[in-house]
Write a protein that binds this ligand. Structure first.
Ligand code: PCD
Ligand SMILES: [Cu+]
Length: 805
């Protein structure tokens, strides 16, 4: 557009479109207590459910006596597996193709497992009744270690006994779930054999938990008169829940309405299907009343969706001057009692095969063995797209270990091996096609901003001062460079229980020129109502303030696969842009008719179509919308609506460069974060303010995981971290001031060039914090120590290195 009308910039700003730090429209509600969460749903006659849970990690259930519970005033029903069996609902499919008990059927496999479901007049009666249900258990030997599990005679999953084939191929042992292999092992071993230098390391990425502010819950209401089931719940994927509920219950899908109201944080915890959802549905069908189930904090930590629990061993080959020639990775994955991992079906270990990271590694191999133990099921992507945080932690630790082995600077080692800008699209040895990237630019910007050389000099001086006895504090410089893989995904290789992972947007322009758009995703705090409107504003020339965004109601929203794995921007965001373009195409024809010129003689200009070469002759989108409903236009249907289902051709590959400067008190083990710099590249930025908020949140969760957050078990399978007294959730007290920065490398295949960003800070943050701790001790001979680096473990590291002598 060369004929710029003078007010163009002003009109453009008025749209509050792409790139605008528009204030979050949802926050007026949230900050005034006007949010509407599952626990706010209150229906007439609503009953409350609560679980009897197993105190044992592995035991036979000999008997369940409900009499005393049923005798309590206000108790309506007590459900056990026996009651669910006739409906075939005592077991349910998991997202990973395994099946999981809804209520204990013969035995329990982890502490906190659901044994019976009590339904009562109110929450308090239900809790009292839970205490009155008498369950007789017979303890069985407990296995909490996956390596021990693979050697044990104890059969954890008796229902699978004798099955040598699982949903992901052959099973090697009765406690083995699957082996997943990617890459070329023979070629990789050859490279390792011939290499000038090989660094080997084993590391444990501990079990942790997303722990959102709001726990999981649901309200089921079965209307027996019209046969309709309405289900409110904390669902990150409401449409998938509707389909699964229909398949399980036999209720026709059009008779099920699933509603995800406001969600108080998801972080992957709310992707899976939990026994509580199923039990609230069954209880509503049985009692004819609405039934609410909301878990408490301890139940959330003990029984829903853990994350990580990966034992990883790496071998990395390089030349003497630091060029990486090959990578071998093996993982033993502890999945707990059932394989309820939330990954696309064809990826039993998620996208762990992104473990070659940001480096040009010619040959690589990844092998993952999934194993059953007496721990809670899950394996969700806690702020990371399907095991990407494990992969990035692995490679970013291997790089540090290789740097030690080569006696080289770790920043330089990364620079030598980065995939170069001109190599994109880049085909990785483990099967991915990285869409775009410019790693060197980002790295140089990051190192320059923090004065990397100055930091290393200061660190060396500190080591000398420490040795002279002048200080008891060491300094660590944590580095990480990550490549994320988000936006699952092409339908050709990504599905969940057979449903292809596309996403959708439906837009309806009203006669007065305002609009409503509905999407298949669901915000859990990300700010979709703000940002999706911005994408559309730029596409259709209507101010974001005049576009309402709706998500989460399956009766109104088009089918979509939901929000997790940072897929909303790459997939639903693309669908929004495409739906907007369909609106614009129709608007162009209407404008041409109104202006009495040929379709090709008008062009889009911010908020209007104008005659080419005569910008004073135009019709605004408002005029066009009005005409679409009120004027008979030959050859054009009335109305202005569009829908787009978007199947992305590839994932998007956001990346970033992080640096953490930390001081560690050797005598107390307390780390103090002096500086944290985070450069993120998520392609085209929709809302810089929201991006910054996402980065702050993700970094804080990364700090948690790296420095203390853990779900740990004792030998008997007792959860030792089942309350917020023991499970570390950082507060403003522990969180440093974050410096954010960015570069912009648009995705070449996304309609607006945007990549996801919500998970990036977590994926890049965990290795950065961990590397900072470990780097502080490098001068004293530390090679690797496992997370979480809580004060005790840091003190122990210092002690092991003889620094307390
Ligand atoms: N370029 C760009 C990108 C992006 N963005 C923005 O940002 C956000 C985010 O995005 P994404 O990345 O796409 O993502 P999504 O899908 O939306 O979401 C999801 C994510 O998100 C994150 N973040 C958050 N936030 C909040 N507040 N909350 C929550 O919960 C959460 N979670 C987390 C997680 S964990 Mo997973 O589930 O684990 O898988 S995954 C995840 C949004 O709003 C958007 O729009 C912008 O602006 N631009
Ligand atoms: Cu993940």
């Amino acid at each position: 557009m060369n004929d710029l009308t003078p007010d163009r910039e002003e009109r453009s700003a008025g749209l509050k479109g792409l790139g605008c730090s528009r204030k979050r429209v949802e926050d007026a509600r949230f900050t005034q207590g006007k949010g509407n969460y599952v626990d706010d749903v209150k229906l007439p006659g609503m009953l409350h459910g609560d679980f009897v849970r197993s105190p044992y990690a592995h035991a036979r259930v000999v008997s369940v006596n409900k009499d005393a519970a049923l005798a309590l005033d206000g108790v309506v029903a007590v459900l056990t597996a026996e009651d669910l069996a006739p409906l075939n609902l005592h077991w349910m499919p998991t997202l990973a193709g395994d099946k999981q008990m809804v209520l204990a059927d013969g035995k329990v496999l982890f502490q906190g497992q659901e044994v019976a479901f009590v339904v009562a007049r109110d929450r308090y009666v239900a809790a009292d009744a839970v205490e009155l249900v008498e369950v007789e258990y017979e303890e069985l030997p407990v296995i909490t270690d996956p390596f021990e599990s693979l050697k044990s005679d104890v059969v954890l999953r008796e229902d699978l006994a004798g099955q040598t084939e699982g949903p992901h191929g052959p099973r090697k042992h009765h406690n083995h779930i699957f082996t997943w292999e990617q890459g070329d092992e023979t070629a990789t071993n050859q490279v390792l054999d011939d290499a000038e230098v090989v660094a080997t390391e084993s590391m444990y990425y501990h079990r942790t938990h997303p722990c959102p502010l709001e726990t999981c819950g649901s309200v089921a209401s079965m209307d027996k008169v019209n046969g309709k089931l309405t289900l409110w719940g904390t669902f990150q994927a409401p449409h998938v829940v509707r389909t699964v509920a229909s398949l399980l219950s036999g209720i026709e899908e059009h008779n099920i309405r699933v509603i995800s109201p406001d969600i108080g944080g998801g972080f992957g915890n709310k992707v899976g299907v939990y026994p509580g959802y199923v039990c609230s549905i069954v209880a509503s069908i049985v009692t004819g009343q609405p039934v609410k189930w909301v878990e408490d904090r301890m139940e959330n930590l003990m029984s829903t969706a853990f994350a990580r629990d990966y034992w990883m061993t790496g071998k990395i080959a390089a030349t003497k001057d630091g060029k990486i020639t090959g990578l071998h990775c093996h993982v033993t994955a502890d999945h707990g009692g059932f394989d309820a991992c939330a990954d696309p079906t064809k990826f039993p270990a998620g996208f762990m095969n992104i473990c070659t990271g940001s480096y040009d590694i010619p040959v690589a191999y990844l092998g993952v063995d999934g194993v059953y133990t007496n721990k809670a099921p899950g394996g969700v992507s806690y702020r990371c797209s399907f095991r990407v945080t494990e992969a990035v932690y692995f490679i970013e630790r291997m790089i540090e270990v290789l740097a030690i082995e080569l006696d080289m600077d770790a920043a330089e080692l990364r620079r030598i091996n980065f995939i170069k800008k001109e190599q994109f699209p880049y085909q990785s040895a483990l099967g991915w096609e990285y869409d775009s990237g410019d790693y060197h630019t980002a790295w140089d910007k990051a190192l320059k901003t923090v004065d990397y050389e100055g930091l290393r000099k200061e660190q060396a001086d500190r080591v000398e001062a420490f040795k002279r006895g002048e200080t008891r504090k060491l300094m660590g410089v944590g580095l990480s460079f990550f490549t994320e893989i988000v936006g699952a995904g092409p339908v050709k290789n990504c599905d969940i229980l057979g449903m292809g992972m596309f996403d959708s947007c439906e837009i309806r322009i009203h006669p007065t020129g305002s609009a409503i758009a509905r999407l298949g995703t669901i915000s859990q705090g990300q700010g979709h109502a703000t940002t999706f409107a911005q994408i559309l504003a730029s596409e259709i020339g209507i101010s974001a303030d005049n576009i309402a965004i709706e998500e989460g109601d399956t009766d109104t929203a088009p089918y979509g696969l939901g929000t997790y794995g940072s897929r909303s921007t790459p997939v639903a965001g693309a669908a929004a842009a495409m739906a907007g373009r369909k609106i614009r195409a129709k608007a162009q024809m209407i404008a041409a008719y109104l202006l009495e010129v040929h379709d090709d003689d008008v062009e889009f200009d911010v908020d209007r179509f104008a005659v080419k070469g005569a910008p004073e002759r135009f019709k605004t989108m408002k005029d066009i919308a009005y005409a679409a409903y009120n004027q008979a236009i030959p050859g054009i249907e009335p109305g202005l609506e569009a829908v787009s289902y978007y199947d992305p051709p590839n994932m998007t590959y956001p990346f970033g460069a992080y640096v953490c400067v930390m001081d560690i008190d050797v005598d107390t083990g307390v780390p103090e974060i002096r500086r944290f710099y985070a450069l993120d590249d998520c392609g085209t930025r929709i809302n810089p303010m929201i991006i910054e908020g996402q980065v702050h949140g993700g970094l804080t969760e990364a700090l948690a995981v790296a420095l203390g957050q853990e779900i740990s078990y004792d030998k008997m399978g007792n959860v030792k971290t089942g309350t917020l007294m023991d499970f570390f959730l950082p507060t403003a007290w522990e969180v440093p001031n974050y410096e954010t920065d960015h570069t912009v490398t648009p995705s070449p295949h996304h309609p607006i060039g945007a990549k996801g960003v919500g998970e990036s800070p977590h994926v890049g943050g965990v290795p950065c914090f961990s590397n900072a701790v470990q780097d502080a001790f490098r001068a004293f001979g530390l090679r690797h120590t496992n997370m979480p680096h809580d004060h005790w473990r840091i003190w122990q590291t210092a002690n092991d290195l003889g620094l307390h002598e």
